[in-house]
Design a protein around this ligand. Structure first.
Ligand SMILES: C[C@](O)(CO)[C@H](O)COP(=O)(O)OP(=O)(O)OC[C@H]1O[C@@H](n2ccc(N)nc2=O)[C@H](O)[C@@H]1O
Ligand SMILES: Nc1ncnc2c1ncn2[C@@H]1O[C@H](COP(=O)(O)OP(=O)(O)OP(=O)(O)O)[C@@H](O)[C@H]1O
Length: 291
């Protein structure tokens, strides 16, 4: 079974408060983009899970979110057979694009189908949040409001069509580091998430781009000023707006015109600010995952 695990960006990210357990209550506008890892999953008569990836530095045991997701379901349902998984990574790692979370979501979908467990999307989501706060959204995909720690999801109308330029500098950022250095109580200028929801429902791209904001930038950008430089570079080359995704360091720029986006992509590559540069579009294809 071949599955596509798609990346996300956060069009808006607000933190409402820090909870007693250390996690943060968020209000985020999530958007799946057409950039994906590929998972090949096959049942095997040999018990256990075997995971192979194209990136030598990624773990192939419990520390890989794919392994953790598959193992969680297989243990719960006492599956005696085995599973062979091949993971081909294309989504940048530790980038704020939910690569690992999306791989885990695809593993949940794959195990549910291969072993005919019959779990509904809601039942998968309840288990998914135990692997990571972004995993339930990665099961659902599309345009959505995420609340709670990210697991309370409300689907929204598809975001207006556009071109999305992705630029990732050659650094990795730990999500835990960013949240633990955020002073949630001191945030005064909260992003206008409700206004962005209205703009999405009205199909207004300028309404969406005018409200792009991410409170985690205040932690990640001072630690890595290159993020601000990439944002400026994209805006100088015609982006309607540019923002850090998730906990960073990836920056995305939104363009209403393909030629401008292509020229900005070339300019960003020339600048040397980003190690990885991609031009992509929003994904609105639903949650079937299978390719
Ligand atoms: C930054 C985002 O990617 C935006 O979509 C998510 O909020 C993070 O989602 P994630 O990577 O799936 O997060 P998890 O793997 O569950 O948690 C990683 C770490 O981030 C912190 N964390 C995460 C989510 C959240 N709502 N509050 C938090 O404080 C916790 O310290 C946790 O130890
Ligand atoms: N399947 C996987 N793909 C990528 N990283 C993984 C995977 N499984 C475990 N990891 C580990 O998780 C860490 C963060 O990975 P990931 O790429 O998911 O971060 P991220 O894009 O910042 O996610 P998020 O946006 O959800 O915070 C990596 O350093 C890596 O060692």
């Amino acid at each position: 079974m071949k599955l596509q695990a798609m990346a996300k960006i956060n069009l808006g990210l607000d933190v409402v408060r820090k909870r007693d357990d250390g996690y943060h209550e968020v209000r985020m506008i999530m958007q799946t983009i057409q950039m994906y890892d590929q998972l090949d999953m096959a049942e095997s008569s040999r018990p256990g899970i075997r995971l192979a990836t194209n990136l030598a530095y990624l773990p192939n045991n419990e520390n890989n979110l794919v392994y953790r997701a598959a193992n969680m379901l297989m243990e719960e349902f006492h599956i005696k057979k085995g599973l062979d998984i091949r993971l081909r990574k294309m989504i940048p790692v530790a980038a704020g694009m939910a690569g690992g979370s999306s791989d885990a979501a695809a593993a949940f979908i794959g195990v549910n189908r291969i072993f005919r467990l019959g779990l509904s999307m809601d039942e998968l989501m309840q288990r998914a949040v135990k692997v990571g706060a972004d995993v339930p959204y990665c099961l659902m995909r599309g345009t959505a409001l995420a609340e709670g720690i990210g697991e309370k999801l409300t689907p929204l109308a598809p975001m207006p069509p556009c071109h999305i330029l992705i630029g990732k500098p050659g650094i990795s950022v730990s999500t835990k580091f960013v949240y633990s250095n955020l002073r949630a109580g001191e945030i005064k200028d909260h992003p206008d998430i409700s206004g962005m929801i209205r703009a999405i429902e009205e199909g207004s791209l300028p309404g969406v781009t005018a409200r792009m904001a991410n409170v985690l930038e205040r932690v990640t950008i001072p630690a890595h000023p290159v993020i601000e430089e990439i944002k400026r570079n994209m805006i100088a080359h015609g982006a309607c707006n540019a923002l850090m995704s998730g906990s960073g360091p990836t920056v995305f720029g939104i363009f209403d015109n393909r030629r401008t986006a292509e020229a900005a992509s070339r300019a960003l590559k020339r600048s040397g600010l980003a190690r990885q540069v991609f031009l992509t579009r929003p994904f609105q294809g639903g949650n079937t995952h299978e390719k």
